[in-house]
Write a protein that binds this ligand. Structure first.
Ligand SMILES: [Zn+2]
Length: 221
């Protein structure tokens, strides 16, 4: 096998990034690290960083950069990251990317998954989640058995306010405004790989693997 893959996945909300990151984790044996998961973990564990982050999350505010970066660094220092890691949804801004560089975090490839806006809206507005156990469904692609209750625990499913159309379009606008400079930042470093996110998850996964293989110098020769 090749050496470690240290990569960032970029992509607008609803591009399928989380799904792809989990598959990459299985294939590359590199942990998939999303800030959302790290924040929830830290919060649940009641760590110092987790408690501070919880205050911001409960007010509906973004968790500040220095706090997120401290959490990422703490996570990347664990032994399971020695063989590589997949950062999902972080960094979001050039300021965060620069902070990662300053922290000495090695990034070998940045995969940007691109999907058209209307397709993203369709994917996101169909999401339903279980307020009790957190399981996520989709009215079109992955409905629960009766369409309205969680298969695992029977709780009535809800559409999160974040997943309503007006909110989604606004999130996309903000995302692109913030992320375009980030993509440029990594393009200038020769690390950016744009991958089409349309089509099924298998096709997208194959494109990502090809992009990463290329970034890592190709398959073993
Ligand atoms: Zn449930």
């Amino acid at each position: 096998m090749n050496g470690a893959t240290r990569a960032i996945l970029l992509g607008a909300p609803g591009c399928g990034k989380g799904t792809q990151a989990k598959r990459l984790q299985d294939v590359l044996k590199a942990p998939h690290l999303s800030t959302g998961d790290m924040l929830r973990e830290a919060r649940k564990a009641g760590t110092e960083l987790g408690r501070r982050a919880a205050g911001f999350m409960d007010r509906g505010d973004l968790v500040p950069d220095d706090l997120v970066i401290a959490m990422v660094q703490e996570r990347l220092a664990r032994p399971d990251c020695e063989g590589g890691y997949i950062l999902d949804g972080f960094p979001r801004t050039v300021a965060q990317a620069e902070a990662l560089d300053r922290a000495g975090v090695v990034i070998e490839a940045v995969v940007d998954i691109t999907v058209g806006e209307d397709e993203v809206v369709r994917r996101i507005t169909g999401r339903r989640s279980c307020p009790s156990c957190g399981r996520v469904y989709h009215v079109e692609f992955a409905p629960s058995r009766d369409g309205t209750h969680c298969d695992a625990c029977g709780t009535a499913l809800v559409q999160r306010p974040d997943d309503q159309e007006a909110t989604v379009r606004e999130r996309l606008r903000v995302y692109h405004q913030k992320t375009a400079p980030l993509a440029e930042y990594y393009r200038a470093k020769g690390l950016l790989k744009s991958v089409e996110g349309d089509g099924g998850p298998d096709a997208v996964f194959a494109r990502i693997m090809a992009a990463l293989g290329h970034a890592a110098g190709g398959p073993a020769r």
